[in-house]
Design a protein around this ligand. Structure first.
Ligand code: NOJ
Length: 556
């Protein structure tokens, strides 16, 4: 854990390193599903504060809180109607202050989400825009255009929403507005000076309240090519979440102009001490990702290449090399991510055949093919040791430390993701990775809270609970706890070198320890070295398939 302040009750702490984030482990708290103190079935800030000991005990350095701002909840909080408040379902600003104080007291940093690409259609600006005529200043904060065709009844361009359907919605006076996501999430116009100024104020607001940084939602989408006539994309916009095609000059993804925004933000961030950070959610090509983390822009960017990498030694090696060289070229280190609230949980992904389309599999009911859970279990444990050994910062998604699988059999009427309705109930969205956490084997919603839970917890959920895993040496939770404590002992040396490896094996040295992972189907004899930790048993001195081991370099 990293000290946050210089003077803490109980004695002075060492000065926080200005670059504490380079090798930090950040735990993603998906606020609606972490812990619910008030019993309304939806997670809240007080619930998180009550459970901070779990995070401190796990050994993470920081938590990232997903949006908890006032929101009509079309997209579970990623549709913000007031950027400077707390939604009553999640608590109050005082609850936020208290959470930050308590987290800092435990040596934990607190990163909040900023959602700058779009707001909610219930935001006062959008209400004002709708009440104002075409061409007005109020409309200019959004992207309003006339439609095509003789009566303007066709959308201004063929752009598609990432949640299905078109990216334009018509208003009663005949104009259309743009939304990359749902119609209730109108895109803001980042060429408008009100928008720029307001977000600078929003950043300062949360920094002044003690936030240690921001996760930037859809960081690659803010600037659009709005030169008339708008260019069609030919449908190349929404094949999957955040995956623009490399190298294309796309009208709304990954445009060069977006970097001006982050240069301005960085100046604000750097005016605060101790050091605050920013991390980009930017689904861009590996060649373009480092541009977001140049020294005068954002600090980090999520590494979705690692998340998407097939279970294959050569593929991982390529991703690791590309990530390290890209990050180093701009003087930083990569992040490593296996799961988040938008993707099928990795335990389940690893239990399915390579190359499968996970969302299609989910939409088909999650039974064809049936997941091989024992395989997913082994691989998820090995992947944790791989991820936590690599140089850079690791982002853990809540529940991965419990080995939670995707819940793929939620009843239709329980689904809340807008993707479900916007695709005419054909694409099951992201609810299955957002099921409220189990804290206790039994009791009301397995300790999530005194009420129910906004998404149903399936039978057997209690077996994954924190109390069911605590003290059980073979549990996921104890693996993560030990891995994080070993990682902390070895932190500080960023050096990385590949070691000679056998077929299907990854082997590397990171600072003073070595990591080996067997991705082949054959057991491999264990090399020399004192074992620090293994993801599974090393019976007969062999590294079994889908197993990882950390060993100390002699003298390390
Ligand atoms: C990315 C977020 O992670 C996702 O949950 C959200 O739906 C979209 N951005 C829109 O804000």
């Amino acid at each position: 854990m990293i000290p946050n302040t210089l003077d803490t009750p109980g004695g002075p702490l060492s000065r926080p390193a200005p670059d504490w984030w380079r090798e930090a482990v950040v735990y993603q708290v998906y606020v609606p599903s972490f812990a619910d103190a008030d019993g309304d079935g939806i997670g809240d800030l007080r619930g998180i504060t009550d459970r901070l000991d779990h995070l401190a005990g796990l050994g993470v350095d920081a938590l990232w809180l997903t949006p908890f701002y006032p929101s009509p909840w079309t997209d579970a909080g990623y549709d913000v109607s007031d950027y400077r408040g707390v939604d009553p379902r999640h608590g109050t600003l005082d609850d936020f202050r208290h959470l930050v104080r308590r987290a800092h007291g435990l040596g934990l940093k607190v990163i909040v989400d900023v959602v700058p690409n779009h707001c909610s259609d219930q935001h006062p600006w959008f209400a004002e825009a709708l009440a104002s005529p075409p061409g007005s200043a109020a409309r200019d904060r959004f992207i309003f255009r006339e439609g095509r065709g003789p009566d303007g009844s066709l959308p201004p361009a063929d752009w598609k929403s990432k949640f299905g359907g078109g990216a334009w919605t018509r208003v009663p006076d005949g104009q259309w507005y743009m939304h990359i996501f749902s119609a209730e999430q109108p895109d803001l116009n980042w060429e408008n000076s009100d928008v720029l100024a307001d977000f600078e104020g929003i950043l300062r607001f949360w920094l002044d309240l003690g936030a240690d940084g921001f996760r930037v939602d859809v960081a690659h989408g803010l600037r659009k090519d709005l030169v008339e006539p708008l260019r069609d994309t030919g449908g190349r916009d929404s094949a999957s979440l955040n995956s623009p095609t490399e190298g294309e000059d796309h009208p709304f993804w990954d445009r060069d102009e977006v970097h001006e925004i982050y240069r301005a933000w960085r100046k604000i961030i750097d005016s605060y001490a101790p050091a605050r950070i920013t991390v980009a959610e930017a689904g861009v090509s590996a060649a373009r990702l480092p541009l977001y983390t140049r020294p005068d822009e954002l600090h980090q960017a999520f590494n979705f290449f690692h998340l998407r990498c097939p279970w294959d030694a050569e593929e991982f090696r390529k991703v690791i090399d590309t990530s390290l060289s890209g990050a180093r070229a701009v003087g930083t280190l990569p992040t490593w991510v296996l799961s988040n609230h938008d993707v099928v949980r990795h335990r389940t992904r690893y239990s399915l055949p390579q190359g499968i389309d996970y969302r299609a599999w989910l939409s088909g009911g999650g039974t064809d093919p049936a997941p091989d859970d024992a395989l997913g279990h082994r691989r998820a444990r090995a992947a944790a040791l791989l991820t936590l050994a690599l140089p850079g910062s690791a982002y853990l998604y809540q529940g991965e430390e419990l080995g939670l699988p995707e819940v793929f059999d939620l009843p239709d009427d329980a689904l809340r993701d807008p993707m479900w309705e916007r695709t005419g109930r054909t694409t099951r969205g992201r609810d299955g990775c957002r099921i409220p956490l189990p804290w206790t084997r039994s009791g009301s919603s397995h300790g999530f809270g005194p009420g129910g839970s906004w998404l149903p917890q399936p039978d057997g959920w209690g077996e994954y609970a924190v109390d069911a895993q605590t003290g059980r040496p073979d549990s996921f939770l104890e693996l993560y706890r030990t891995a994080l404590s070993v990682r902390t002992r070895f932190r500080g040396d960023e050096s990385f070198a590949w070691l000679p490896a056998r077929d299907g094996e990854l082997a590397f040295r990171k600072g003073r320890f070595e990591c080996r992972i067997n991705l082949s189907e054959t057991p491999l004899p264990l090399p020399d070295g004192a074992v620090l930790l293994a993801s599974d048993s090393l019976e007969g001195n062999m590294l079994a398939p889908d197993t990882a081991v950390w060993t100390a370099v002699t003298g390390g």
